[in-house]
Every structure is written in structure tokens, then in C-alpha cells.
Ligand binder design. Structure first.
Ligand code: C2E
Ligand code: CA
Ligand code: CA
Length: 502
């Protein structure tokens, strides 16, 4: 397997987010610009609605209170901050007598506030201030009561304020009546040139309070703003992500390195010992053998192999561990019953090279029948020919091999054929389905049928209940390993357990 140095790993992790983000930024820019446009339109609609509601309520209340004489009462009403608020730039009265007054005091010429002779003659409506000196026109609301007119010059600066953010000159808004030919007094705001840009985009919405369609335009300026934001946040965001990834990588590396040094120290101090789990013949209740399960004795605790065995294998530490385990098992075999065997778990590396053979030679064990080995189907054997050679050589010396976790991996049947294995261990996963409707129940039955037909010795693992023992026995599986008879135990516990068992 190709090994990349930590330096290159870190560099790769640091740069990967940036390298991934950069090609995506044009797309992200377009999406972000569109998002800014649509949220601006939404913002305008909300502001408009609020303004409409505020004005409607205030104007109604104010209208009913005028005396229509431009006296001090009317002037006070025109200047009352409650009515003369930030939505209104100016307000005034145009009396039937031809005189008038305004919130500024004197009357404003009617033409200036769009109330010239030609203005629509309905009772109420909207008009606009005169277009003079290149100033922007403002909307004017008016109401007629008995020949007197009240008018309000509305303050439209809110649209300017809204259109200025998040970037100046980025938007243009225009209003069109929903019904063709309908007169509209709403003026476009913002940067008119945007609409003429070749690749400008627009979004429209219908204002619920007026029969108007609002169209908001944006073009190059908004895209440029979006691009800068995407680069700024995208670049720094991905750099930050890269830094986090590098930090996580080093944390994990340090953790693994420290686990490795702990395991090495554990091997040095001979902290790896076997626990034994009995395997019982359910017909005679005789303990025929044991599986040796590795435990790491750390202080008063026993660490189960799940926490370290894969890592130990990956780091090449499994050989010394199995070496220690085997040494202990060989010693312990002397105090166990002369008919009982112990089964030791292997990994592929033990038998792809003559490692196991070397270990056994070192320990000069004289009774191969009492020491058997389990090869799991969960992890694949890459050099199947090398493994077959080693297993044959050991079988010729009298050792037996079991195929562990049968049915859980892929190579099961091939391993049995090519490695000449005659014993299988049926995994707990299948045993658990006894008494259930699980689909794997049929797999269990198929495995057992296969085992019987090909005359394999079968051991059922993880058996926890009498019902499971019963079912297995009906199917012809009598060798049982599981909590129903005994958990994995230290040698001392096992010797006590055996006495009680007998
Ligand atoms: P395995 O070889 O399939 O071992 C059986 C596991 O099932 C053991 O877990 C055992 O304690 C557990 N077990 C047995 N009966 C029952 C039961 O009735 N109920 C339940 N819930 N569990 C039961 P353990 O000891 O934690 O071992 C886990 C795995 O670690 C083993 O699975 C084996 O693959 C591996 N292992 C253990 N010792 C060694 C070793 O010395 N070398 C190698 N290479 N792997 C080992
Ligand atoms: Ca096993
Ligand atoms: Ca197993």
C-alpha cells in the first residue's frame, strides 16, 4: 500500500478544501447573487407592506380631526409628530376657499404637490410632486372632503436606503400596473442603467397592497459584489476548514502513535494474556475445549481485543502478541484436562508467511491435537496459495484449523476448499436468529445443511439460551460456545469453574 508522509498528508488536507472550492466559485457567485436579489425583493415587499399599514391607520385618524380653516388647530394637527412621521415628507391642506396651509406653515402651490387643475378629480387617490430641476418625484396621497383637500407628500427615501445595501448601485426597481392602461404613480428607483445591461437578471412580485407588479433588477455590480464575498468567505472558509482538518489529522495521528507506544509497552511488560471460553458438547455436557481470547491486562482492567486487535495487526504488533499468548496457552495446557484442546485466533499474516510455523517451532509443543487454530473469514486472505502451503505443512504435523465467523465474509466456501479446512464456527449473528423470523434464519439452516453434507465439524458461537442449544442440537450441531455455558475466564477462574461444572 502506498504510504504518504505526514508532511504531504497535511499539505494535501490543507489545500484540498481550497482546491475544491475554487472551481466551484463561479457557480457559487451566481447562486449568491440570485439569493441577494431575491432577498432584497422580499425585504422591499415587507417594508412596503409595513409602510402601507402604518400610513393607512394614521391618515384615517388624522383626516377626521381637521376643522379645515388652517387655524392653529389644523396647524397643530399637521405638525403633530404622531402624523408627521418618517413616512411623510410634507403635508398640507388646500381649502375650498383657495387658501391653504402646510406642515411648513404657508400653503404650497397646488401644482408643486401634483394638485394642479388637471389632477384626477376622485375623492381620494395618488398623484406626484412636480418634476422640477431634475429632482426625483415623490408620491402624493390626497383626500377630498367637502371641497377641501388634504395631501401628504410621501417620503420615498426608504427605497433608496433599502436599495443601497448590501452594495451601492446594485439594484434598480420599477413598478408596472397589473391592469394594462392603469395609471401608476410609482416611480422607478435605483440605477436605471442596470436594466439595459446585456446579462442583467430580474425578479418580480405582486404587491398585495396595490395592484402593482414590482420588478427588481440587478446586474454586473451585484455579481461583482457577490464574487468578492464568495472569494472572501469561500477562500478563508476553506483555509479554515483545511487548518481544522490538519489539526484533526495530527490529533488522530498522535492518538494512534500513543496507542502504538502503549501497545509496545504492553508487549514489553507481557500484559497480553489469554482468557478461556469453554466449548461444551451439549449431548454429554463434557467440556471438549476452549477458545483462547486475548485480553490486555492494564492495571486492574482487562481490555477486550475489539479495542486494539485491528490496529495491532495494522502496526505489525500482532506477531509478538500472538507469541506471548501462545506461550501462555502452551503453559496452561499442562494444567487443563488431557483430552481438552485450546483454539487460538490467527490473522492472515500468520499463515501467509511461515510465521506461525516459526512460533510453534520455537515453543516445541509436543501435542498438536490439543492446539488448534481459528482463521477468520471476516478479513480477506490475500495470498491464498501461500496460506494453503502453510496450512498444509502444519496439518501434516497434526494441527487443525477452524474457519471462524463462517458465513459473514465472502471467501468462506473458497477458503474451505483451497485451504482444506474441516471445521467451521457458526457466527453469533446467525445463532441470534433462532426463534425469530429473521431472514438470516434460513442462512443458518443452509450453513448447517452444508456443514452436515460436507461432514464438517461445527461449533456454534455466541449461544446464550437453552432454546438455541435445543434448536442447534435438533439440527445436529452439538459443540456449543457461549454465555449459556460460560463466559471467557482467566485460567484461575476457569479452574474453579471446571470444578463446579463437574
Ligand atoms: P471471535 O473469535 O468471534 O470470538 C468470539 C467473541 O464472542 C469473543 O469476544 C467472545 O467473548 C464473544 N462471545 C462468546 N460467547 C458469547 C455470547 O454468548 N454472547 C456474547 N454477546 N458474546 C459472546 P471477544 O473476546 O471480545 O473477542 C472479539 C474478537 O477479537 C474475537 O472474535 C476475535 O476475532 C478477536 N480476537 C480475540 N482474541 C484474539 C487473538 O488472540 N488474536 C486475534 N487475531 N484475534 C483475537
Ligand atoms: Ca474466534
Ligand atoms: Ca467467531
Amino acid at each position: 500500500m502506498l504510504r504518504i508522509s505526514p508532511f504531504w498528508n497535511s499539505l494535501l488536507l490543507l489545500l484540498a478544501p481550497v482546491l475544491l472550492v475554487l472551481p466551484l466559485s463561479p457557480l457559487a457567485t451566481d447562486l449568491w447573487a440570485h439569493h441577494l436579489l431575491s432577498s432584497k425583493l422580499e425585504q422591499i415587499q415587507i417594508a412596503q407592506q409595513t409602510r402601507h399599514q402604518d400610513l393607512d391607520q394614521v391618515l384615517r385618524e388624522q383626516m377626521g380631526r381637521f376643522a379645515f380653516d388652517c387655524g392653529s388647530g389644523d396647524l397643530a394637527l399637521l405638525r403633530d409628530p404622531k402624523f408627521y412621521n418618517n413616512h411623510i415628507r410634507l403635508q398640507g391642506l388646500q381649502l375650498a376657499s383657495g387658501e391653504g396651509c402646510s406642515s411648513l406653515g404657508p400653503a404650497i402651490p397646488p401644482a408643486a404637490v401634483g394638485l394642479s387643475a388637471t389632477y384626477p378629480s376622485q375623492e381620494r387617490g395618488l398623484t406626484a410632486t412636480a418634476s422640477q430641476f431634475d429632482t426625483e418625484q415623490e408620491l402624493v396621497a390626497y383626500f377630498r372632503i367637502g371641497g377641501n383637500t388634504i395631501y401628504w407628500v410621501l417620503n420615498n427615501s426608504w427605497t433608496h436606503d433599502l436599495l443601497k445595501t448590501p452594495c451601492a448601485n446594485c439594484f434598480f426597481i420599477e413598478f408596472t400596473p397589473l391592469e394594462r392602461g392603469q395609471h401608476t404613480q410609482l416611480f422607478p428607483r435605483g440605477e436605471r442603467a442596470i436594466k439595459e445591461e446585456p446579462d442583467s437578471q430580474s425578479l418580480s412580485a405582486v404587491s398585495p397592497s396595490s395592484q402593482l407588479k414590482q420588478t427588481l433588477w440587478a446586474g454586473a455590480a451585484l455579481r461583482e459584489y457577490a464574487r468578492e464575498q464568495v472569494y472572501l468567505y469561500g477562500f478563508w472558509g476553506s483555509v479554515a476548514l483545511g487548518v481544522v482538518l490538519v489539526a484533526l489529522y495530527w490529533l488522530q495521528r498522535n492518538y494512534r502513535r500513543s496507542l502504538k507506544s502503549l501497545l509496545e509497552a504492553g508487549i514489553e511488560r507481557r500484559e497480553f494474556t489469554p482468557f478461556y471460553q469453554p466449548i461444551v458438547d451439549s449431548r454429554t455436557l463434557r467440556v471438549v475445549g476452549f477458545e483462547a481470547l486475548l485480553r490486555w491486562q492494564r492495571g486492574g482492567d482487562q481490555v477486550s481485543p475489539g479495542a486494539f486487535i485491528d490496529y495491532a495487526e495494522e502496526q505489525g504488533l500482532i506477531m509478538p502478541m500472538t507469541g506471548q499468548l501462545l506461550e501462555q496457552v502452551i503453559k496452561d495446557l499442562c494444567v487443563l484436562g488431557a483430552e481438552q484442546w485450546v483454539s487460538v485466533n490467527l490473522v492472515a499474516a500468520h499463515i501467509e508467511q511461515p510465521r506461525l510455523r516459526e512460533l510453534l517451532q520455537r515453543h516445541h509443543w509436543p501435542s498438536p491435537l490439543r492446539l488448534t487454530f481459528e482463521l477468520t473469514e471476516r478479513n480477506p486472505i490475500t495470498d491464498i496459495e501461500g496460506a494453503a502451503r502453510e496450512i498444509t505443512a502444519l496439518q501434516q504435523r497434526g494441527y487443525h484449523f477452524k474457519l471462524d465467523d463462517f458465513g459473514t465474509g465472502y471467501g468462506g466456501f473458497a477458503y474451505l476448499q483451497q485451504l482444506g479446512i474441516r471445521q467451521i464456527k457458526i457466527d453469533k449473528m446467525f445463532v441470534d436468529t433462532i426463534g425469530t423470523n429473521d431472514l438470516k434464519r434460513s442462512v443458518l439452516d443452509a450453513i448447517i445443511a452444508f456443514g452436515r453434507e460436507s461432514d464438517m465439524e461445527m461449533i456454534a458461537e455466541g449461544v446464550e439460551t437453552r432454546e438455541q442449544v435445543e434448536y442447534l442440537s435438533q439440527q445436529g450441531v452439538y459443540l456449543i460456545q457461549g454465555y449459556v455455558y460460560g463466559k471467557p475466564m482467566s485460567l484461575a477462574q476457569l479452574l474453579k469453574w471446571q470444578t463446579l461444572w463437574q
